[in-house]
Design a binder for this molecule. Structure first.
Ligand SMILES: [Zn+2]
Length: 212
């Protein structure tokens, strides 16, 4: 009887020590991102980015911080970084940690390391509500790629992309609405509308310039 109880205690302790894939790694050296199946998760918040009640204040801090990361500016041999902007119940917007994790299938000969927009963000303080994904391109000038614009690859209401010159683009895909998607570029402290993605063009991501 004594032996059986001891064994059960050991088995239970073992189960606690293996908390499963949804747990957040803790302690020094823990990587703040990972795969859950084919999807990427990231930790938040990213301490380098000051939170704000205004999402644009968060967006404006991202590029300078990302460009300090390894290989972020190395053009064909560069590394893209992907993350999420989310809010908590306090109404503040936070940036997640950036992730370099790549899609499971790499297409083409490019040595450039693409990243996969995270679908999950974890913050110990509450339940994150994701509003936007962000990612970098390791050269300039570089606008949103066709894949960046395709409706089937949109995860959130906003997609932010920037290049090594810190030209910041914003795509509002209006994913589930019968109205055009909108593409903006950041100029100073305003967003300037540069193009539309007509409803019939959403699957391809084709942009119609506002001047056409
Ligand atoms: Zn891109």
């Amino acid at each position: 009887m004594h032996d059986r109880r001891g064994l059960r205690a050991i088995v239970f302790a073992g189960a606690l020590g293996c908390a499963g894939p949804s747990s957040t790694p803790q302690g020094p050296g823990a990587v703040p991102y990972g795969f859950r199946g084919n999807q990427v998760w990231v930790d938040g918040p990213w301490a380098d980015i000051e939170p704000s009640l205004n999402i644009d204040d968060v967006i404006d801090q991202l590029c300078p911080a990302i460009m300090k990361l390894p290989r972020a500016t190395w053009r064909d041999h560069g590394q893209e970084y992907c993350g999420v902007i989310y809010s908590l119940e306090d109404g503040m917007f936070y940036a997640s940690q950036p992730s370099p994790l790549a899609p499971t299938v790499l297409v083409g000969p490019s040595k450039r390391k693409r990243c996969q927009p995270p679908l999950h963000v974890m913050d110990d303080r509450g339940r994150p509500m994701p509003w936007a994904d962000y990612h970098s391109h390791p050269w300039a000038p570089s606008e949103l790629s066709q894949d960046d614009r395709r409706s089937s690859l949109q995860l959130y209401d906003i997609r932010i992309q920037f290049d090594t010159a810190c030209t910041v683009m914003k795509l509002v895909p209006h994913r589930h609405e019968d109205r055009p998607g909108e593409v903006f570029v950041r100029r100073g402290r305003t967003w300037v509308l540069t193009g539309y993605i007509q409803p019939e063009d959403k699957p391809s991501g084709r942009v119609t310039s506002v001047n056409e």
